[in-house]
Design a protein around this ligand. Sequence first.
Ligand code: MCN
Ligand code: CUM
Length: 797
Amino acid sequence: MSQALDEIKIGGLGASRKRVEDSRFIRGTGNYTDDITLPGMLHMEILRSPLAHARIKSIDASRAWQIPGVHLVLTGEMMATRNLAWMPTLSYDTQAVLATDKVRFQGQEVACVIADDPYIAKDACELIDVDYEPLPAIVSPQQAVAEGAPVIRDDKENQHDNVIYDWEVGDSAGTDRAFAQADKVSRLRLHYPRSHPSPIECCGSIADYNRSTSKLTVYMTTQAPHIIRAAVALVAELPEHMIRIISPDIGGGFGNKVPVYPGYVCSILASILLERPVKWIEDKSGNLISTGFARDVYLDGEMALRSDGKILAVRMHTDADHGAFFSDAQPSKFKIGLMHSAFAAYDIPVAHLTARGTYSNKAPGGVAYRCSFRVTEAMFFQERMMQAAAGDLGMDQAEFRRMNFVADDQFPHRTPFGFLTDSGQYAKCLDVGLKAVGYEDFRRQQAEARGRGRLLGLGISTMTEPLGAGNSREYDILGIKMFDSAELKVHMTGKAIVRTGARGQGQGHETTWAQIVSHELGIPAEDVVVEEGDTDTAPFGMGTYASRSTPVAGAAVSMVSRKIRAKARKLAAHLLEVSEEDVEWELGRFYIRSAPDRGVTIQECAMAAYSNMPDGMEPGLENTAYYDPPNLTWPFAVYIVTVEVDPETGVWDVLNMVAVDDCGIRINPMIVEGQIMGGLTEAYAMANMQFITFDAEGNCVGSNYMDYLLPTAWETPGFELHSEVVTPCPHHPIGAKGIGECAAVGGPAAFVNAVLDALHGTGVRNIDMPLLPDRVWEAITYHRDVSGAPPVLTGDD
Ligand code: MCN
Ligand code: CUM
């Protein structure tokens, strides 16, 4: 206990240390890509396609070239001469950098102008004449596979239709057998609408090629700088040691800054051609219309049930709309990400999932917005299905979940799709949530209110998320194995710097990695500086997404600290003139076992590493650790929402929301709570207001914040967070599991389930997100399901 208290004092594990990065952010002294100005820097703007699908007959840029201040106009044709008109995606597909043959989505990059300032560049873009021959647009997976559908990717030799893959996982025959024995089969079909991470900062880059040193430095908004370095080396055929990617402060990523975008590539080529720094900063509609979409899937499935409520099997099918290029950033083996993490928390003997991915005339999508590769869709379907099945059985929602949960003593547990979960206390989390929301009491109030015509509802959602890819046996991106790294240098005065291969975008890494060092070495957290994002200084790593930083890079910070401690122990033995075996460790200090008063601090050991090391010992106190996790980490959460729905207008208000998150040991409880609140806010936005849709011509509705709504503090309900359930991760060095995405993953179903619970008895089984008032009203008034994306109203409506 006293060690724990000492540790809180120095800002170690469990301390709610204030975020050190915030002191610069809230003073306005952060250093974002757009804050950087280099001598002689030029500016790039992108001309985007107004049409969703059209053949390019000609591009005439002569008028743009004539504008004073224009230095370069890049077109697909010019890119092609350097073999850069197309680039490989992270999913073994190709993506147009600048269009040559056709445009395939509205907003696609067609040309770039590089000029003295961004305004000249923008004006010049408007003088580029592109002659388009419009083609019919495809905006859904159903249209993509319809007879006679135009082939979107006619650039690909063996592509004769719009299907990207047909993929399956699980046990098809076993699932059929289980369904044959079911007392009841429950079915559900739903749509998870296309959404966008929409970080405050858009994407951008400054490429700076120096002819005299042959060095290319790129400042850019990327969550994974080392992956970008490798991509640039391979795609542009530049020597890797001459490429330096620096990811400065990032104004939110949420997955938007994982992929490689054409703007990055064009700014790099422009800088090489012009031998001057070239800056590209995307504007808001460019960001919303062309980068990093998420979701856009239809999910279909059925559950085989025994009459007592036991789940016997699950069958799932998903139709995923990937847009014009299959550019998902996800582990290579899995075509539909980790969608098959569905139902991992439930003890279900057998399951089968089929997935079909199709092209459409929409921006390339499938980045997993705040989601470990499609887990959001998986958990949404899972928890909507659980609610539907409980309803079909006439069972209590909570009881149905509880009886099917994997029990605490069943770990390690093989999920129906083959993952191995290793720890959790699912029923306990549910109990804490039910108690907090006052379950029995609410059910009574609900019945009573109903008698007076008021509609109250309660929705439950649970989630368990596979976080922390690798291990490297199973997880790779384009063949690069997934692991991560940390480097720790302890200076002679006992101050230290830690660098990792991750790259925070607001998650607080500068605060929490120091806390891990503090926990392992007893060095006060304020004496440890954290640096990430510069490929010339940080050790190789796969970056930050899929909440993998704590599970992998954070573990590496622990492991490298332990290597440092092992060396410090030798130094301590030398200083204390005893053998190493006689030396004991307590937080921040080695002492002699038989004489505990005689000891040396970690700081004294650090000084000795530079001034008084034993004969033959290599000087210095520095090391690096690469960490390949044995398994994913499996956090668990229960989210419970209560709502009141106004039957006259369809407007619904959140009365209460309770979140019980078990992410194992919390490094910084305050940061964890911040992550949960942020995720719940995004979940609320998905359920309540957000969607991007397309009209029949493929025009994107949602390319500005009038159409794509972000919740403000005004709309966002309050959240009651619970942290009393802690199941340490059995294989992580400090027992931590990831948390960054959990609430965004598990949250949406809780809201939707709550609204549908309020409509119980009307026969309404599903309303697809977002639950806009008119859709809820339609369901109440006509007693019918409301499916698909909201229709696009045109001028004629
Ligand atoms: N943490 C902790 N104890 C734990 C787990 C985590 O104290 N048991 C702390 C970590 O040390 C870290 C933070 O919580 O400071 C999040 O950790 P982790 O769960 O490891 O997630 P990552 O750092 O890998 O962050 C990625 C995750 C993802 S994938 C998205 S998307 C998302 C998210 O983080 N994007 C964000 N949260 C975000 N928060 C902000 N402010 N901005 C974004 O862009
Ligand atoms: Cu999945 S969005 Mo986050 O993984 O960067």
